[in-house]
Design a protein around this ligand. Structure first.
Ligand code: DX5
Ligand code: ZN
Length: 218
């Protein structure tokens, strides 16, 4: 079964609690909460307060994707919002020690910890952190906005990571984010993803239940 994590990004912030409730009733596994700080990427959206509000008003599991330059400074507030997953970006860190410090903080709070990698960052740079991780988030577009086209070469990156994880007996979720829709999701899953994000494809879908059921059947 593939897990589906529709993203907050195309939805306006005052509609997010309702969106979370709708997705929860339709059986989506997670709500993917895209946090952008206006520096790591140009756009600015979502914050720990809003995530806390969604969490207090719904039961859906929250999968937080932090696109920010200094996650160490704000991590505490995101931990306090009690999401189920917190994913950091490898590219946010100049020093591996700071990244490790953040991973330890997330793990100590008993929240699943993820690490995300942008399309042009060599995949191997994530390998040293795998023993610490519950999840790797492979970006299939440049982070920053919804509605972009899926980068095809991501399929090979998913396969390579999946083989590496199997070979080393790690128990790590492979999540993929960006440009995924009904037409390409099967290929993404067949390449080795076990969790997929859908932003615009879910937001614009007329029959969300059917799309959720389809992804979860893969
Ligand atoms: C991009 C975000 C994605 C985005 C996905 O920076 O991390 O989660 O919202 O949206 P789609 O599925 O439309 O590419
Ligand atoms: Zn995302």
């Amino acid at each position: 079964m593939t897990k589906i994590s529709p993203s907050t990004n195309p939805i306006s912030e005052n509609e997010l609690v309702n969106y979370a409730l709708e997705l929860q009733s339709l059986g989506a596994d997670y709500l993917h909460c895209d946090v952008m700080d206006g520096v790591f990427v140009e756009a600015k959206c979502l914050n720990a307060e809003k995530i806390k509000e969604i969490n207090l008003n719904s039961l859906i599991q929250l999968d937080v994707h932090l696109m920010m330059v200094t996650p160490i400074k704000q991590l505490k507030s995101y931990i306090k919002a009690r999401p189920n997953i917190i994913t950091l970006h490898l590219e946010s860190f100049k020093k591996p020690e700071t990244l490790l410090e953040c991973l330890v903080k997330i793990k100590k709070a008993k929240i699943l910890c993820g690490l995300s990698i942008k399309p042009n960052t060599p995949l191997e740079l994530i390998y040293p952190y795998l023993p610490m991780l519950d999840l790797v988030l492979i970006m299939s577009v440049e982070p920053g906005q919804s509605g972009q086209k899926f980068i095809e070469s991501t399929l090979n990156r998913i396969k390579t990571l999946s083989n590496h994880i199997t070979k080393n007996n790690f128990n790590i979720i492979i999540e993929v984010d960006g440009g995924i829709n009904k037409d390409n999701v099967k290929q993404v899953v067949e390449s080795g993803a076990n969790m997929v994000v859908m932003g615009s494809a879910m937001a614009n879908c007329k029959n969300r239940k059917e799309l959720i059921d389809y992804v979860r059947s893969l």
